[in-house]
Design a protein around this ligand. Structure first.
Ligand code: DC
Length: 234
């Protein structure tokens, strides 16, 4: 049977990437973090001074896109794929609050999305990929065999993100984290192009009360059921 395409979408800090990585590992599929690509473009625009104080000129940003090359490379030492921007490993640089604060405005630019969606679709041509993001089930892989949509309560998401940032040594309050999350979700859901929304055929997983093991078990049982249905069809 052809390897499947698995699309995982949802709000910020819902544990999408944790689940996507674990599914990919279990099934021996490739994990692709589409958010990392939007983060890498944002880092590039900041480095080049095109994005400054939260503002940028769209034409300048679009012009710059041709000089941006993004790829993932698996590092067996850390057992995960890392993000490369123009040949440089930027995995750490794209995960801080500065990038998080600016990424929504960059990811709302039509040409940025077109470029990244094209790369993402190429990654999924052969199947055997688990990709997480905001528009994977709706735009990138509308024909994905499995579509999951993750949610969790605002409080739980803020607490998870706060813990993550604290572990990285960032000085931020829980209230600020909660406000930032709400803002980013609002922006991602209300942008004109490819807004975050649940695909009609996506299965929702609310993991407010689920730990990692149970979340993975639930997702794998959804995938197994789907595989049986697909095998019955042939
Ligand atoms: O998943 P993340 O937090 O790393 O994503 C960072 C941002 O990138 C998110 O706020 C919205 C944007 N994004 C997007 O617009 N489409 C995607 N498929 C993935 C991320």
């Amino acid at each position: 049977m052809r390897q499947l395409t698995i699309a995982i979408d949802g709000y910020s800090s819902c544990g999408k990437s944790t689940l996507a990585k674990e599914i990919a590992q279990k099934l021996n599929y490739i994990y692709a973090d589409s958010g990392a690509m939007y983060r890498a473009v944002t880092l590039h625009m900041l480095n080049k001074g095109i994005l400054k104080d939260g503002a940028f000129i769209t034409a300048q940003a679009v012009q710059e896109l041709k000089d941006i090359n993004i790829r993932f490379e698996f590092d067996s030492k850390v057992n995960r794929s890392e993000t490369y921007l123009n040949g440089i490993n930027v995995e750490k640089d794209i995960r801080n609050s500065r990038i998080t604060k600016h990424v929504s405005v960059i990811s709302a630019v039509k040409e940025v999305r077109e470029k990244l969606v094209e790369i993402q679709q190429e990654m999924g041509v052969e199947g055997g990929v688990v990709m997480d993001g905001r528009d994977i089930g709706t735009v990138v892989f509308p024909n994905a065999e499995i579509k999951l949509f993750m949610t969790a309560s605002n409080q739980i998401r803020a607490e998870r993100r706060y813990k993550e940032l604290k572990e990285k040594g960032e000085n931020i309050s829980l209230e600020q984290v909660a406000t930032d999350l709400q803002k980013r979700d609002h922006y991602d859901m209300n942008r004109e192009i490819s807004p975050l929304r649940k695909a009609e055929d996506a299965i929702e997983i609310d993991n407010s009360e689920l730990d990692r093991t149970h979340q993975l078990e639930l997702a794998l049982s959804i995938i197994d059921k789907k595989k049986v249905q697909l095998e019955e069809k042939v």
